[in-house]
Design a protein around this ligand. Structure first.
Ligand code: ADP
Length: 397
C-alpha cells in the first residue's frame, strides 16, 4: 500500500511517497516559495535521480499537481496510476482540544482546523489549503489528518492549565497544547524498543532540538508534560525564539521601548533565542564555530541553551519519578556531540553517564555500561510517523 504524506507550510509544500509494506521512501521533494516570485519544485525518486524546475507563482494546487505529474512520469516516476496511492496523510499543526488521534478529514474535521486558525495563524491556513488541493486533484482518495498537538492531549489538567483566571481557559482556550507531537511520538516509540522495563512503566524524556526546540516527559507511552505551550514560543531556548521568560517582560518592554503588540511578538519569535543572545546567527553550527573562535556572546548563547535544557530534564525527571531513557533528536540533538556532552556530563546526579567515543560518533546508544539511564540519539522521521498513522486510520475503516 502506498501513502503520500503532505506537509503544506506557509511558503512550501513538502511531500513523501511511502511503500508501507517495507516502509521505504519511493519519492520525496518540495515546492518552495509558494505564493512568491522565484518559486521552484524539487523531486527525487528512488533510482530516478533528482530534478529541479523553476516555476513562476506556484500555489498549493499547482504544486500538488506537479507532485502527481512527476510521480507518474514514465521515465523517472515511481507509479503508473494515481489509484496506486491508497491515502494521503496531511501534517496539521493545531487541532485544539478536539483532536487526540489521527482522523479522517471530512467537512467536520476541516471546520476544526478552521476553528484553530487563531491558535496557529501561520500553519493551519496553509495546512487546510493543502487538504483542499489534494481533495481537488485526488478525488475519492482518503485524506487523513495527523495533528502535531494530538499526542499531547493526554497531558493531565494540572500540567496543561496555566495559573491565570480559569475563565480564560474556558472562554479563550488558553492552555498548554504542545507541538512537535509527531516527532516526540516517533522517537519515544523507537526508544521504547531499547528498554527492558515493560512498556507501561517506561519513563522517557525526549528532546527535539532543531530550529524549534521542545522536550517531553513520557510515561508508559503517554506524555505527562511538554515544554511548548499555547504556542511554540514557550519552553527551551530556540534558534530565534526566547522560550520561557517572565511574562511581565512583555508589558515592561512594550512600555520602555514603545513597542506595539506585533513588534514585541516579532522580537520574541524571530529575534530572540540563539540569535538574540549571540547577535550573530540562529544556526547552532555557526554558534559552535564562533564559540570555538572565542566569541563571548556565542559562548554565552551555548551556555544559556544547555542550562535551560538541563533545567527541564531535571524537572521532568521529578515529573516522571525517575528516568529510563533520555533521547536526543532533530538537527542539533542528532548531530551535536558537543551539546549532548555538555548536557549529559552535568547530569551524573540523576544516573546519566555517557561514553564519549560513542557520543562523538553520534551512535544510537551513547550511555556507558554504568549509566542508570539509556541515552539515545534517534533521528526523527515525522513523515514516516504520519504515514504509519495514516495507514492505521485507513485500515481501521
Ligand atoms: P528544523 O526545526 O527547521 O527542522 P533541523 O531539525 O534541521 O531544523 O535543525 C536545524 C538546526 O540543527 C540548526 O540550528 C543547525 O545548525 C543544527 N545542526 C545541523 N547539523 C548540525 C551539526 N552537525 N552540528 C550542530 N548543529 C547542527
Amino acid at each position: 500500500m502506498k501513502i503520500l504524506v503532505i506537509n503544506s507550510g506557509s511558503s512550501s509544500l513538502k511531500f513523501t511517497l511511502f511503500e508501507m509494506e517495507n516502509e521505504t521512501r519511493l519519492a520525496h521533494g518540495m515546492a518552495e516559495r509558494i505564493g512568491q516570485s522565484g518559486s521552484s519544485f524539487h523531486f527525487t525518486a528512488n533510482g530516478g535521480g533528482s530534478h529541479t524546475i523553476e516555476v513562476e507563482n506556484l500555489n498549493y494546487r499547482t504544486s500538488l499537481a506537479l507532485v502527481i505529474k512527476y510521480l507518474l512520469d514514465p521515465k523517472f516516476g515511481v507509479i503508473k496510476d494515481i489509484a496506486e496511492i491508497s491515502a494521503v496523510g496531511h501534517r496539521i499543526v493545531h487541532g485544539g482540544e478536539h483532536v487526540s488521534a489521527p482522523i479522517v478529514l471530512d467537512s467536520k474535521t476541516k471546520s476544526i482546523i478552521k476553528e484553530c486558525f487563531e491558535l496557529a495563524p501561520l500553519h493551519n491556513p496553509p495546512n487546510l489549503q493543502g487538504i483542499v488541493a489534494a481533495e481537488d486533484i485526488m478525488p475519492g482518495v482518503p485524506q487523513i489528518g495527523v495533528f502535531d498537538t494530538a499526542f499531547f492531549q493526554s497531558i493531565p489538567q494540572h500540567a496543561f492549565l496555566y495559573a491565570i483566571p480559569y475563565e480564560m481557559y474556558k472562554r479563550d482556550a488558553v492552555r498548554r497544547y504542545g507541538f512537535h507531537g509527531t516527532s516526540h511520538k516517533y522517537v519515544s516509540i523507537k526508544a521504547s524498543g531499547f528498554l527492558d522495563e515493560p512498556k507501561e512503566f517506561q519513563k522517557i524524556i525526549t528532546c527535539h532540538l532543531g530550529n524549534g526546540c521542545s522536550i517531553s516527559a513520557i510515561k508508559g507511552g503517554k506524555p505527562l508534560d511538554t515544554s511548548m505551550g499555547l504556542t511554540p514560543l514557550e519552553g527551551l531556548v530556540m534558534g530565534t525564539r526566547c522560550g520561557d521568560i517572565d511574562p511581565a517582560i512583555v508589558v515592561y518592554l512594550m512600555n520602555e521601548e514603545h513597542l506595539s503588540s506585533e513588534e514585541i511578538y516579532e522580537i520574541l519569535n524571530k529575534k530572540s533565542g540563539l540569535l538574540g543572545i549571540s547577535g550573530l546567527t540562529s544556526d547552532f553550527r555557526d554558534i559552535l564555530n564562533e564559540a570555538d573562535k572565542g566569541n563571548k556572546r556565542a559562548l554565552l548563547a551555548l551556555r544559556i541553551f544547555s542550562y535551560r535544557l538541563k533545567k527541564y530534564i531535571g524537572s521532568y525527571y521529578t515529573v516522571l519519578g525517575g528516568l529510563d531513557a533520555l533521547v536526543f533528536t532533530a538537527g542539533i540533538g542528532e548531530h551535536s556531540a558537543h551539546l549532548r556532552a555538555d548536557v549529559c556530563n552535568k547530569l551524573e546526579c540523576i544516573g546519566i553517564s555517557i561514553d564519549s567515543e560513542a557520543n562523538r560518533n553520534s551512535e544510537c546508544v551513547i550511555s556507558d555500561s554504568k549509566s542508570k539511564v539509556k541515552v539515545l540519539v534517534i533521528p526523527t522521521n515525522e513523515e514516516l510517523m504520519i504515514a504509519r498513522d495514516t495507514l492505521a486510520v485507513v485500515q481501521a475503516q
